[in-house]
Write a protein that binds this ligand. Structure first.
Ligand SMILES: Nc1ncnc2c1ncn2[C@@H]1O[C@H](COP(=O)(O)OP(=O)(O)OP(=O)(O)O)[C@@H](O)[C@H]1O
Ligand SMILES: [Mg+2]
Length: 248
């Protein structure tokens, strides 16, 4: 869709998110070249490709951490390309970055409270804490423990609990399985399924391609900063095995 077709009024129809010919760079280094794809409402889109292909850069562009040097990003029909990250977060896009994203010297409960106080009216914070502990009893048992002393899987659980209790419209999950035992990754993907069933759309970036594709409705294959292929999951097998023969 051309940029001219959009206006700034949020739209209830059409894709939830649309990248339209997006370029991005880190200083002189260009990382994305004319990237276009759509994320549909209530669906999961897997973004796959080799290391350095631009997957994390896409995540950063969608959440406003990296500004496109060309092209546009639309969310619910409105151009968000120039909006600061905090405004994009308020619109309902949540970015769970690679690795662990908890405050290591704060306790589990302090981490949760910080997020809920930011995102919710004061009267709803206690109820949100209750929901987080109900969803993840292990966090409840460790509420006074410093987050940095928890295991990798528990820290990932904590960062997801902050999102799950107050689900965004779009969750961008960048390598949530990174460095975790396969059984814990299974658990993480189970949680992603849960929030998608609750209505959150997903962009799933995951080194283990088959896991991402299993969860996905649509697939975007990135290669050297460009979209090599994009389409429904059912059509993706051949493309993915051609691009990433070692991983599928
Ligand atoms: N902060 C940065 N400064 C300079 N170059 C960067 C920066 N972040 C990423 N790049 C470069 O941009 C390109 C795309 O990187 P990106 O992190 O988006 O890849 P990726 O597909 O997420 O890779 P991986 O699978 O290894 O996480 C790479 O060549 C990378 O070196
Ligand atoms: Mg990455």
């Amino acid at each position: 869709m051309s940029a001219a077709a959009h206006d700034s009024i949020p739209s209830a129809t059409g894709p939830l998110l649309e990248l339209d010919n997006v370029n991005a760079a880190y200083g002189p280094y260009r990382a994305l070249f004319g990237v276009s794809f759509e994320v549909h409402r209530g669906k999961a889109t897997a973004v796959v490709g080799p290391n350095g292909a631009g997957k994390t850069t896409i995540a950063r562009v969608c959440s406003g951490l990296v500004k496109p040097t060309g092209g546009k990003v639309f969310f619910e029909g409105a151009d968000i390309s120039a909006k600061p990250a905090f405004q994009i977060a308020r619109l309902g896009i949540s970015h769970a970055p690679e690795g662990r994203s908890v405050f290591t010297t704060l306790t589990v409960e302090e981490n949760l409270k910080l997020e809920f106080q930011r995102a919710l009216p004061p009267s709803e914070v206690d109820a949100a804490l209750g929901r987080a502990y109900e969803l993840f009893p292990r966090l409840g048992a460790r509420r006074t423990q410093e987050a940095g002393t928890m295991s990798g899987g528990e820290q990932r659980m904590l960062s997801l609990a902050r999102v799950l209790v107050n689900p965004p419209k779009l969750l961008i999950a960048d390598e949530l399985g990174l460095g975790l035992a396969p059984i814990v990754v299974d658990e993480v993907f189970g949680w992603l399924r849960t929030i998608r069933e609750a209505g959150t759309s997903l962009i799933v970036i995951e080194e283990e391609v088959h896991r991402a594709i299993e969860l996905a409705d649509d697939v975007v294959v990135m290669l050297k900063g460009r979209v090599d292929w994009a389409g429904p999951k059912d059509d993706a097998d051949d493309v993915v095995s051609r691009i990433m023969p070692a991983t599928v």
